[in-house]
Design a protein around this ligand. Structure first.
Ligand code: 5GP
Ligand code: MN
Length: 343
């Protein structure tokens, strides 16, 4: 396992935790498995330490995460803004995880930043912004949950976490690595898993809950998108899939039902880049962009340059304030300008 903090940072971290009574743990917009798993693991751990803890995420998260221990207590800011805002204002510590920039909290950002209470960032995205008193950022790690594993190990606590805590951490790491099929070649990832298994997780069941349990709508959506909507640019080893809100309605699709579909075109032999465009269900006139690549193709650079976004080299996202047709044109332009890396 890795020592994640210097002695000085470690005593700062412990001091911040000791001094806190009401902790708000938050994550990024469109929370994924790592966001929900990491926030819940922290919630369980801090509750065990006698803290009053609230997990708040900016907007809805997918149904396939709803089995996670403690998930019923996650507050969705956009849904309960009036109730959540006073609780956020009362917090005396924030732990902000799986995000590197307060902007990634969207509508929730102002409310969190309005409270001057100390903030700790625990994250694995590149280039952390400067809005937290303590930044624990490890872009080399596969998930924010991995950072938390090492942190707990350094605190001498990883051996003693509950199976609920371990389950949340494992699920988070599993989600961010596609069940350990990418971004997971460091041997220490498996050391973390070994520790979590010793804490009593049922990893087979966690896999089944996340990756092997679909709604009928999701199944039909997958078929529709791959058969009808996927456009392949064979010369450029790239593909584009689009999904409008009208199509969502037609197929009875819920928000989380689209999760992971962006990865599928990369299973086509030789494919290097997959782009998934979907109309934002919460903001009219916005198209969400998801990018996935293999090997050295830099999705994050493309996303920053063309889609007002960023992320990891092989998995990035962004947003375009326009309609779908215009968004597709923008994607074509982006792919054309990166043709030298795709051919
Ligand atoms: P997804 O395609 O799953 O929405 O996002 C994949 C990754 O891209 C996320 O884990 C995050 O790192 C990054 N990402 C997604 N949307 C944005 C965005 O709007 N801005 C930035 N900077 N990164 C994003
Ligand atoms: Mn993550």
């Amino acid at each position: 396992m890795e020592k994640i903090l210097t002695e000085e940072e470690l005593s700062k971290f412990s001091g911040m935790i000791d001094n806190a009574r009401k902790v708000v743990v938050c994550a990024h917009v469109s929370p994924d498995g790592d966001a929900i798993g990491s926030t819940l693991a922290l919630k369980h751990w801090l509750t065990r330490k006698g803290k009053q803890v609230m997990v708040v995420v900016p907007n809805m998260f997918p149904d396939f995460l709803r089995w996670m221990p403690g998930v019923q207590d996650v507050k969705v800011f956009l849904k309960h803004e009036d109730k959540v805002e006073p609780l956020v204002a009362e917090a005396d510590l924030f732990i902000i995880t799986d995000l590197n920039d307060s902007k990634r909290m969207m509508e929730m950002e102002a409310c969190v930043l309005a409270n001057p209470a100390p903030k700790i960032m625990i994250d694995h995205h590149l280039e952390p912004a400067d809005f937290c008193q303590l930044v624990i950022s490890r872009p080399d790690m596969c998930a924010s949950a991995e950072v938390i594993c090492h942190l707990l190990y350094q605190l001498g606590e990883l051996e003693h976490i509950t199976s609920d805590e371990a389950t949340c951490l494992y699920a988070a790491m599993m989600c961010d690595t596609g069940a350990f099929t990418f971004n997971s070649n460091r041997a220490v990832v498996y050391e973390c898993i070994s520790h979590l298994l010793n804490c009593g997780i049922d990893k087979d069941k966690i896999y089944r809950n996340v990756f092997w349990t679909y709604s009928l709508a999701r199944m039909r959506l997958t078929g529709y998108l791959l058969y009808v909507k996927m456009e392949v640019l064979p010369e450029l080893h790239a593909s584009i899939i689009t999904l409008t809100n009208k199509e969502r309605k037609m197929l009875g699709v819920k928000n989380g039902d689209t999760e992971g579909i962006v990865n599928m075109p990369l299973q086509i032999s030789g494919m290097r880049l997959s782009v998934f465009l979907s109309e934002d269900t919460e903001h009219a006139g916005v198209v969400k962009v998801s990018l996935r690549s293999v090997d050295d193709f830099p999705c994050n650079t493309m996303s920053a340059q063309f889609f007002n976004g960023g992320g990891h080299k092989n998995a990035s996202g962004g947003r375009l304030a326009c309609g779908m047709d215009e968004a597709v044109q923008k994607v074509r332009e982006a792919i054309k300008s990166y043709a030298h890396l795709l051919k």
